[in-house]
Design a protein around this ligand. Structure first.
Ligand code: NAD
Ligand code: LMR
Length: 342
């Protein structure tokens, strides 16, 4: 954000004309599913990043219009459109970060797992193309059910012989964004200061906010812990119901995904102080994938923040044990989907 505001100020005052429309760094980002409810606002937010030199938009729907529209913004990155499977490979060549929000969203009454049958295939196909065209890229999976689509992506990458567990991420940033917002509101805190780690997975009770680890340090009554935890776990459903059949969270998701992209780009650019929560391959528990805070670096995940799971409250310990069977089943469903293909 600092670099962004600096770039804009410099452009305005014309003090550093050498930057002109040149990006501060030259990273290429691709969005797969760029025409969608998340894809479009996400593309706009990434277009604002001074770290991006190229923004490649891909969808099975025509993305020409979205790309033409965005390309008129006087920010550094060049926007290119890629429509249909025949253009997917070209979209991915030389890309540093691939963001995947392609797939169908929930309607009221559905769980995220109800999206599995459609979205599993979409993610599998797209990740196969990532493996073939930009196997070194950071891969950000947004498509639900994240608890299964990330294991699907890992299996596809393994089959292609290019799996790097340090570069595959399930995007759970929205859970942290929500937790920070709801805690700041409830405790009357300055929102910008609040940081709540959210661990586990990204569906129902597998979403576990660690309120005892909230920064700044704040105390909650048992009732507050229960209310906040349930609200954070059901926040996606809150939006699905409010949209009444027109889809799920798109704007807050785009905001959250843009934050995760910006963090990834800062890490790639050598910033040594980048931490985010994400659903990744993990040895923090006995499950093969688990969301936790991670330290990001040039090569992807540099470390899992182990201390977050030490010294949990009794409520959190119980919730952690309670979420494991569901999360384990969702992970195994994703792995089996790829392994059982003929
Ligand atoms: P949407 O229907 O508005 O957009 C999806 C886009 O994907 C469409 O433009 C569609 O044409 C495209 N698409 C479909 N199949 C494709 C394919 N094979 N290749 C490329 N593009 C394809 O849906 P949305 O609201 O943007 O949500 C997208 C996904 O993100 C859903 O699965 C939703 O559940 C998920 N989601 C995840 C989170 C999270 O926190 N991880 C948050 C919100 C939504
Ligand atoms: C969310 O948390 O908003 C997303 O996972 C979309 C959904 O289906 O709730």
């Amino acid at each position: 954000a600092l670099r962004g505001s600096f770039a804009l100020k410099a452009q305005k005052a014309n003090q550093r004309p050498q930057y002109g429309l040149q990006p501060l760094a030259t990273y290429k980002v691709a969005i797969l599913g760029a025409d969608g409810g998340i894809g479009q606002p996400l593309a706009l937010l990434i277009k604002m990043s001074p770290l991006v030199s190229a923004l490649n938009l891909y969808d099975i729907e025509n993305v020409k219009g979205v790309a033409a529209d965005l390309s008129h913004c006087n920010t550094p990155s060049q926007v290119l459109d890629f429509t249909g499977a025949s253009e997917l490979g070209n979209c991915l060549k030389g890309v540093n970060v691939v963001v995947i929000p392609a797939g169908v969203p929930r309607k009221p009454g559905m769980t995220r797992d109800d999206l599995f049958n459609i979205n599993a295939n979409i993610v599998k196909t797209l990740v196969e193309a990532v493996a073939d065209n930009c196997p070194d890229a950071f891969i950000h999976i947004i498509s639900n059910p994240v608890n299964s689509t990330v294991p699907i992506a890992a299996e596809v990458l393994k089959q292609k012989g290019v799996y790097d567990p340090k570069k595959l991420f399930g995007v759970t940033t929205l859970d942290v964004v929500r937790a920070n917002t709801f805690v700041a509101q409830k405790k009357n805190l300055k929102i910008i200061d609040v940081d709540v780690p959210v661990v586990g997975g990204h569906a129902g009770i597998t979403i576990l906010p660690l309120l005892s680890k909230t920064k700044p340090s704040v105390s909650f009554t048992d009732e507050e812990v229960e209310q906040l935890t349930v609200r954070i776990q059901n926040a996606g459903t809150e939006v699905v119901e409010a949209k009444a059949g027109a889809g799920s969270a798109t704007l807050s998701m785009a905001y959250a995904a843009a934050r995760f992209v910006e963090s990834s780009l800062r890490a790639l650019d050598g910033d040594g102080d980048v931490y985010e929560c994400s659903f990744v391959q993990s040895d923090l528990t006995d499950l093969p994938f688990f969301a936790s805070r991670i330290k990001l670096g040039r090569k992807g995940i540099e470390a899992l923040v182990r201390s977050d799971l030490a010294g949990l409250s009794e409520y959190e310990e119980k919730a952690l044990e309670a979420l494991k069977p569901e999360l384990k089943a969702s992970i195994e469903k994703g792995i089996a989907f790829v392994q059982n293909q003929p």
